[in-house]
Design a protein around this ligand. Sequence first.
Ligand code: NOJ
Length: 525
Amino acid sequence: MPSNWWRTAVIYQIYVRSFADSNGDGNGDLPGVRSRLPYLRQLGVDAIWLTPFYVSPMADGGYDVADHRDVDPMFGTLADFDALLHDAHRHSLRIIIDLVPNHTSNAHPWFLAALAAGSGAPARDRYIFRPGRGPHGEQPPNDWRSVFGGPAWTRVPDGDWYLHLFAPEQPDLNWRNDSVREEFRSILRFWLERGVDGFRIDVAHGLIKADGLPDVGSPVQAELIGKQELPYFDQDDVHEIYRDWRKLLDSYPGERIGVAEAWAPDNHRLANYIRPDELHQAFNFHFLGTPWQAEQLRSVIDESLATADAVGAPTVWVLSNHDSTRRVTRYGDGPHGVRRARAAALLMLALPGSAYVYQGDELGLPEVSDLPDDVLQDPVWARSGGTDRGRDGCRVPIPWTDQAPTYGFGEPTATSWLPAPPTWAALSVASQDADAASILNLYRTALHLRASAPGFAGETMRWLDGPRNTLLLQRDHGLVCAVNVGAQSVTLRPPAQILCASGPVDRGPMGELILPADTAAWYQS
Ligand code: NOJ
């Protein structure tokens, strides 16, 4: 009998470069992750997703892969990976790795061969090379824009242009070419045989481009998480690839999974990626983008449940990741932002399905919006001409101790690749360990309850009537999650037993639950 572990799993996202640095070079690495497995076990997550650690020139934080079958020296060795996987399994933690099939690095041997081979050569057909427009081919082949800003085409010295939906250092592969398909099957097998539990598939919606590469007709185009229909995203033929991969995943024992990082114009299109013969999960970015507002949260939750349910898949809740502004900051920063982030954590973890926790969210880390210009590495910074500071502010290394400057991330005297703010001592794991009311201890309590309390069983939920600005949901086996997203306290019927609350709550004279603004509570009704 399959355990279907992935239908309810809490998966912790590790941005490897920023998690733990074992050798003092300022960059997190795989041995660093391995040394912190007890922390993750104690936190109570079921699995880890590792962002790319492959050989890479790091033009886009490792999402520019030059060798899919080896570890970049910055992150360790293949032996370090094997040791990490082995230890994680000993701790009953599964490991999902990132797979980047939409593009490679421009330092990948295939791209180097394509450049060397010249216009029209078969080696160029693995990528998307085209002649330019205009009398001398001096204009790009179409009007597509890079997600990172600027045209999605770069010209090579012999006059051809190549497509890159992201940075110029990330040429798009041509998924209509069989050798590309065969290579990725072989890469999947390579890691499956090493024992990984699954793959998070980067830009899963981008692999197939519309025939003829038609113009979009508008300069306003792709965002990483957008809703527009575009000729380079979410094309029907992409699903063939996932049907093929699903067969491959299923041919290995142990319920290996595929998780789509997919953008789709609506939830129905998104559900296509998680039909029974395709991938197991797809991130629900519509939830991530929803403001702290009762009606909007309720409708995005309903819509997500209904569409995933229609294809028999679990919903997958995501509130943040390495591409989005830290949640505390999105919710208004300071004590206000932290209060909402705590309540949002209880909301997300009460919903049926699987949930992702991005490293540092359990510490309530804010976005670091004032990193010095000269340390910024996200290609968005340069490609926007210095107008968009990019995503580095949510990638600052984790503070483990209260010892500045690196807070236990690396050697005490080392400089980490992004500096942590001087105020982070109080946010460190060590400081929060000692504080029963810390957000870290809230996460630990919530994750352990989610895994063990009988009220969380079952795969559905219903809404209960409640006061204005309050979300009141009940799981199949009685667990209630109440979230007051408004600015005034609300009074709720007396609960039988309060299991956990995101902040201080009160009781009325008849035992009613008085839930302050921006607070959530779990209880048995
Ligand atoms: C999505 C990844 O999450 C992001 O970090 C990356 O820049 C793009 N895909 C391109 O690979």
